[in-house]
Design a protein. Structure first.
Length: 504
């Protein structure tokens, strides 16, 4: 997009004020700068892509790989070695109780819930790139400690602290996406680092884990899996420390001119720049913003399906009569399908900057049909059950759209940080609850029913959100005229800034 000529002298007083978190030297640096050309805009975007996207995809992919590692470790003895299952016989029938396994899955998200808010604000208060690097390094060390766990209680504690550490990465990446990219661009980028990384981990992770799990040596198969995951994460932490920039103003991989262009590219987002001051008024605004509250509930209901994909997939598939290798291999198409459902809709959003809420409803209808198959179809129809499992995985596109809406439609740095924390808390609360509703005694039917109820809610809630965004835009157009380009950077919220327009 071409940027209209901007009167930078009108911006300098705003840029020098503490309220927007841009220091005076950065304001002085733009004096005499001419508006960027289309070629400069494209060049800076490419440069930012090549620096940020590999870091985000790699880091978030390692988070999801950890979850798949637990899923596949269930096939390599961790359930028995750490006392995560109880096997009893009733009237000659073998009954397997996976409640402790559910608790271990829940422990991660309990830690995540407690850590996401303080760690997100730690990233706001200090340099986010360095905070993320420290998180990755420490979580890699905690991952390595899995190898020395020898009982349920020890492993529960280890998973809790792992969740605590990993909690700040997702919200920090959403904020970074909105700082470096336009509204339309951020949608696709969030789709890439969230869905592509998860999908790739779902496709490649099971095969890697099968290889390490099959190694005969001093360690058990499941210990080999987590040893590899921990070492890889620690190594990646040093990569993040070396390469991840903090924000456009302090990006050392850009020249002074390129930093100016990077800021100008996102000026019309009207979402403000980094402000290291926490503003309580922006935090409490979320409570009176129905659109923000709907985003939180959309994330909660979408991620109830996490237990199917992230924790119980191996067990469900193996119970259909497949061996260990087959159970792992059959999870690979689910990862590919998840990538398609996350990336393809985002390409549409990139081209139109619209249809996010409609995409949520459509993806949820497809996912609901898959859950209905898992709920209603007899287990003897193995092919149909697998189809239901793959269709259910379409839910992975919904969290991406929710994060993209939060990045595009929330302004004010404290409000954005707070809402992103709340969205990830909802993600964790849902992922904490979902294993508890999955009960093997009834072939997981109670869990599938709960998931379908949540999916039905999301279909409706997405359309309510569409109505709110369109109504707000139309009201502002009538009262204040159309959106004006080239406005100064301020730290106003989307409800305060009458020039803000919502992407729907």
């Amino acid at each position: 997009m071409a940027l209209d000529k901007v009167d930078h002298t009108a911006d300098l007083s705003d840029l020098k004020e503490e309220q927007i978190g841009v220091k005076a030297e950065h304001a002085d640096a733009i004096e005499g700068q001419h508006p960027p050309s289309e070629e400069e805009l494209r060049a800076v975007r490419r440069k930012v892509d090549w620096r940020l996207m590999p870091i985000m995809v790699g880091t978030y992919g390692l988070q999801f790989y950890d979850k798949t590692a637990l899923n596949q470790a269930a096939l390599f003895g961790i359930l028995q070695d750490l006392d995560l299952v109880e096997v009893t016989k009733v009237n000659g029938t073998t009954i397997t109780n996976t409640q402790r396994y559910s608790y271990v899955g829940m422990a991660f998200y309990m830690g995540y819930i407690l850590g996401v808010y303080p760690i997100t604000f730690l990233a706001q208060k200090y340099r986010p790139g360095k905070v993320c690097a420290a998180i990755v390094l420490i979580w890699g060390v905690v991952e390595l400690l899995t190898v020395v766990c020898n009982n349920f209680s020890g492993y529960f504690a280890q998973r809790f602290f792992l969740g605590l550490l990993e909690s700040g990465v997702g919200p920090a990446f959403v904020i970074a996406s909105s700082q470096w990219y336009t509204q339309a661009e951020s949608a696709l980028r969030i789709g890439i680092w969230f869905t592509a990384s998860n999908g790739a981990a779902s496709m490649i992770g099971p095969l890697i884990n099968y290889g390490f799990g099959s190694i005969d040596g001093a360690l058990d198969g499941w210990q080999n899996i987590f040893l590899w995951a921990g070492l890889l994460t620690v190594a990646w932490g040093f990569v993040v420390l070396w390469l991840m920039p903090d924000d456009p103003k302090r990006a050392k991989f850009l020249t002074e001119r390129e930093r100016f262009v990077a800021l100008e590219r996102v000026r019309d987002n009207n979402s403000g720049m980094v402000d290291h001051h926490i503003k309580p008024s922006q935090m409490f605004e979320i409570l009176r913003d129905p659109a923000a509250l709907l985003l939180i509930t959309l994330m909660f209901c979408a991620c109830v399906s996490n237990s199917i994909v992230g924790l119980f997939a191996s067990i469900i598939i193996k119970n259909l009569g497949f061996n260990t290798l087959q159970s792992i291999a059959l999870q690979v198409p689910a990862g590919f399908f998840g990538i398609l459902c996350g990336i393809v809709p985002m390409i549409l959003v990139l081209k139109t900057n619209r249809w996010r809420t409609t995409i949520i409803s459509v993806l949820t209808v497809v996912s609901l049909s898959g859950t209905a198959i898992l709920y209603a179809v007899p287990r003897t129809l193995v092919g149909v059950i697998l189809l239901g499992y793959y269709l259910n995985n379409c839910y992975t596109g919904t969290p991406v759209q929710v994060l993209a809406l939060a990045a595009a439609n929330v302004a004010g740095h404290t409000k954005k940080s707070t809402l992103n924390s709340c969205i990830f808390i909802a993600f964790c609360a849902s992922s904490t609850m979902s294993p508890l509703i999955m009960n093997q005694k009834d072939n997981y039917k109670s869990g599938f029913l709960g998931i379908m109820i949540c999916q039905a809610y999301n279909i409706l809630a997405a359309q309510v959100l569409y109505y709110i965004y369109r109504t707000r835009n139309n009201k502002r157009d009538r009262q204040y005229g159309e959106k004006v380009s080239g406005r100064p950077f301020t730290d106003e919220t989307d409800l305060q800034n009458t020039n803000f327009r919502y992407a729907w």
